[in-house]
Design a protein around this ligand. Sequence first.
Ligand SMILES: [Ca+2]
Ligand SMILES: [Ca+2]
Ligand SMILES: [Ca+2]
Length: 279
Amino acid sequence: MMLTSSRTTVALVSTALLASTAVAQTTTVTFDAGAEGWVGPSGGATTIQAAGGNPGANMRTVFNNFGLTFLNSTNAAFRGDFTTADSVTLSIDVRVENLAFVGTQVSRPFLVELRDTTNPPAGYPWKSVWFLFAPISVANTGSWTTFTVTFDPSATQLPAGWGGYGAETPTGNPILPPGVTFRDVLAGVDAMAFTTLQPGFAFGFTDFTLRLDNIRVTRTIAPILGDLNGDGAVNAPDLAILLGAWGACPPKGACPADFDDNGAVDARDLAVVLSNWSG
Ligand SMILES: [Ca+2]
Ligand SMILES: [Ca+2]
Ligand SMILES: [Ca+2]
């Protein structure tokens, strides 16, 4: 039997804050359902292997070049507008079997890059923001290693550990184009890449054999006070839930609409919904 869709789970995470909930949507590419849009470097030998992953199926590439890039420009989970989430977490499992330069084992940078290919700056194929993980090598990541980064997609400044691409300083360091913020790029991501090609650096021909598994994106939406059905808006359906629960609500804490936890759904809770009304 073929699995045909991404493994998408919606987790409801309770918070202690006034009975509201945060919603986290996670997509994980385990390679059990194929590549799900992930492609290896052109010219390399990239295959989906049924075994040897973390666990099971995985993507394996054997490649000789300056560096290698795995790209996804088609799977909606890994592109689009990330700024609709309050927090985003990206992660990937890597295992290096061989990473050699002229016969000697070496390390290479490893980064995740979020590319906006729409209206690229003059002289550049895209503008992007990228986060540098620890270097990969047989010594560092010869067994399965998970790399993870969590960020606020609405940040205007580059968060710690992030770089930009699409322009450069007078000394040749890659930066975001003038007037383009972290958030601007995150609002229109056309492709996500995991790559060894760190912007601003040049590398010699390198022999790579490595495996990838569990490429994951989690988008978390913070709780909104007054949103009783968890749809991200405070409006008529929430008012209906509140009115339907109107009155005494023992025991204390049993009613989500009792925002102030005073043992009754009453005018004070109605005021919370009305004051957070988003329509
Ligand atoms: Ca797997
Ligand atoms: Ca709602
Ligand atoms: Ca109350």
